[in-house]
Design a protein around this ligand. Structure first.
Ligand code: CAA
Length: 262
């Protein structure tokens, strides 16, 4: 296994997580087809690798997480080409199918497709220098990787409309206040903080982590009654695993649990 990609840097940590760095600093990590293909390929590799139980996604350089889809790649595309390639659907769909948690460590601009990629992750930890926006209207287009839908669900219609229609950016404090980011941390300590979060998640039962992720995701797709029923059944099913016995026994015996993912 090489973990070598043209557009990504991969760093695996023995605590059970990997850091994926979008690595096109010369273009502020703009997302092109090659980058999405690399990301999809890496997710295929780690999906079934038990040594990786959580991912961190961040941007290279000090300025951007990702400044959007690559405008230079898109500029001359025809409708037929975009339609035939089903532009970016492959990357989008692969991320939504990934069953392990992905934390977006947003270290600067997360604009257009960059903001959409961050929202495709399970939660966003923002540096206090992060800036979020959907400025596609400036280019005569609109969000194309789920931004109009996910941003509206996260921050509500009023702020989503304001952002897509005016192209204004949200700073990190507003993003946290609005529910787009879960935490804001000082720029200098972003990766240190996110690594601690990833290590904590990786230390839990991987089966329980997957189930928790699946339940929260279901909340966006179902009615409350269906969602609660789904949660209840999944909760019951966790009692089939050794990790439930171990987690509860460890609590009763006042010791640290040792989860095996069985
Ligand atoms: N695509 C391609 N290249 C990009 C890029 C993008 N989205 N964003 C930045 N770059 C490139 C610039 O062209 C520049 O390259 P050169 O040095 O070769 O000219 C380099 O990155 C550095 O960028 P700037 O000189 O512009 O840096 P800045 O500090 O002056 O400005 C910025 C930073 C405000 C983020 C500005 O780069 C910018 O506005 N970028 C575009 C943001 C945008 O419109 N994003 C939406 C893209 S469309 C989209 O994402 C559609 C979708 O949903 C699918």
């Amino acid at each position: 296994m090489t973990d070598t990609y043209d557009t990504l840097l991969i760093e695996r940590h023995e605590e059970g997580y990997a850091v994926v760095t979008l690595n096109r600093p010369e273009a502020l990590n703009a997302l092109n087809s090659a980058l999405f293909a690399d990301l999809a390929a890496f997710l295929d590799v780690v999906e079934h690798d038990d040594s990786v139980r959580c991912l961190i996604l961040t941007g290279s350089g000090d300025k951007a997480f990702a400044a959007g889809a690559d405008i230079k790649e898109m500029a001359d595309q025809s409708y037929a080409q975009m339609y035939k390639a089903n532009f970016f659907s492959h990357g989008h769909d692969r991320i939504t199918r990934f069953r392990k948690p992905i934390i977006a460590a947003v270290n600067g601009f997360a604009l257009g497709g960059g903001c959409e990629l961050a929202m495709l992750c399970d939660f966003i930890v923002a540096s206090d220098r992060a800036k979020f926006g959907q400025p596609e209207i400036n280019l005569g287009v609109a969000p194309g990787i789920g931004g109009s839908q996910r941003l509206t669900r996260l921050v509500g219609k009023s702020k989503a409309m304001d952002m897509v229609l005016t192209a204004r950016m949200m700073d990190a404090a507003e993003a946290e206040r609005s529910g787009l980011a879960s935490r804001v941390v000082p720029h200098e300590t972003l990766m240190e903080e996110v690594r601690k979060i990833a290590a904590k998640i990786a230390g839990h039962s991987p089966l329980a982590v997957m189930a928790n992720k699946e339940m929260v995701e279901a909340a966006l797709e179902t009615t409350l009654t269906q969602g609660v029923q789904f949660e209840r059944r999944l909760f019951h099913s966790l009692f089939a695993f050794d990790d439930q016995k171990e987690g509860m026994a460890a609590f009763v015996e006042k010791r640290k649990p040792v989860f095996t993912g069985r």
